[in-house]
Design a protein around this ligand. Structure first.
Ligand SMILES: [Zn+2]
Length: 414
């Protein structure tokens, strides 16, 4: 699988959101999913069949639009010798901008972040996005282990998919009743063996989970006895993995059954994780806010200023932020000025004159305010946290701070 950066993932999520809002006038938006191992010549043949069948569509307008969409798909796939590593997705259709007659052909062609497994062709009044939405959900990985004195099983949970990565057995003998001197020596041998086994488990956990650490959201350790606690308390697990252990869970079984038990018992813990993370970040910001010389900043202009000088450690952006950033340009001298607006009509009402030549400046480009901030944050290696409005803290960020806040690297004054 090709590596996907958080920036690419963000872009991908944004594209999905945009695509989800597009609606055709009739069932004339075409979606095609091509797996990496599919012959493009077969896809071409299928498209020509669909083109033939579309002649039966009753509405003249819909027929015409479906046919042009399929023509575009045929042209586009001709540009490829074979599908890219993760396959190819195409969304093509006439999207209305307003009333009848305002439709414009829109074409989206891209390689998804994970391989496409099933070939799909769909013609509907919306684009077919479920497989892509599923890919986003599926990226988050949980590390799981069940351990006792005798055996250990290491697994991951990705979406609904459980993968057993490793299974170890200790060879530690059971408790033995002999009594006296030899009993104590025997106990010591058992304890040494148990410790060695903990080390072995930890080594395998490190080996399996470290390569996944960027996608690894949390680790849960389960098991029937105290071995799981000994494992968590000991320093054998590498700290980057250890920091992600969020819970230990009692189970009746070990092995694969034990893993299933851990998943069942930690569903609530895992669901709360996102929410907990968001709450923590906002609380950290609020804590700075009440300190003398607190490392905080909020509001569009102040945060932007701090962002461009590299003073921002963590940028907090509300997911509900829908403001737009517009760049206006003087047609004569090229003078530029940026504005933040709620919508297009607000942008249309801007009538400012160029300070150099007194000419009325005109809208030149437009992007979501969020994107503007994300770009600036990435230039400065600033961490970005998107905060939903599902929590009280998230609502507070949106309502009281305009949805834009920052935890700073150093004090800049207020
Ligand atoms: Zn000018």
């Amino acid at each position: 699988m090709a590596e996907v950066s958080s920036k690419e993932l963000y872009e991908f999520k944004k594209t999905l959101k945009e695509l989800a809002e597009k609606k055709g006038r009739g069932t004339e938006l075409v979606s095609v999913y091509i797996p990496p191992d599919k012959q493009l010549s077969d896809v071409g043949k299928h498209m020509r069949d669909e083109l033939g069948q579309s002649a039966n569509i009753k509405s003249k307008q819909t027929r015409k639009n479906v046919q042009s969409a399929i023509e575009v798909i045929l042209q586009r796939i001709r540009l490829f010798k074979q599908p890219p590593e993760n396959g190819l997705v195409l969304f093509v259709g006439m999207i209305p901008k307003g009333g009848p007659g305002t439709e414009k052909m829109e074409t989206y062609v891209f390689e998804p972040p994970e391989p496409i497994t099933t070939y799909w062709y769909q013609c509907n009044n919306v684009f077919f996005l479920e497989p892509l939405e599923y890919m986003i959900e599926e990226r988050e990985t949980y590390g799981l282990a069940v351990v006792d004195r005798k055996e250990a099983t290491i697994a991951t949970l990705k979406g609904k998919k459980v993968t057993i990565l490793n299974h170890l057995t200790s060879g530690v003998p059971g408790k033995h009743k002999a009594g006296g001197q030899s009993q104590r020596r025997f106990d010591r041998v058992i304890e040494d063996a148990a410790r060695e086994f903990l080390k072995r488990i930890a080594n395998h956990i490190n080996e399996e989970f470290l390569p996944l650490k960027d996608d690894l959201k949390a680790v849960v350790i389960g098991g029937p006895g105290f071995t799981k606690n000994d494992l968590v308390d000991a320093d054998y697990i590498q700290y980057e993995i250890k920091n992600k252990i969020i819970a230990t869970v009692d189970t009746s079984y070990t092995g694969e059954f034990g893993i299933r038990e851990v998943i069942e018992k930690s569903t609530d813990i895992l669901d709360d994780l996102d929410v907990m993370h968001e709450k923590k970040i906002v609380q950290k910001f609020l804590k700075e806010l009440i300190k003398d010389n607190g490392l905080y900043s909020y509001g569009e202009d102040e945060v932007r200023n701090n962002l461009v000088i590299g003073a921002v450690d963590t940028l907090l952006l509300s997911e509900d932020l829908s403001l737009i950033r517009k760049t206006f340009k003087c047609p004569t001298c090229g003078f530029e000025k940026e504005f933040t607006v709620k919508n297009q009509s607000e942008a249309d009402s801007i009538k400012e004159r160029c300070p150099n030549c007194n000419e009325i400046i005109k809208e030149d480009s437009s992007e979501l305010l969020v994107d503007d901030f994300v770009e600036k944050a990435e230039e400065m290696n600033t961490a970005i946290e998107f905060i939903s409005t599902e929590t009280e803290e998230g609502m507070q960020l949106y309502r009281a701070f305009g949805g834009i806040a920052a935890i700073l690297r150093y004090y800049v004054g207020h």
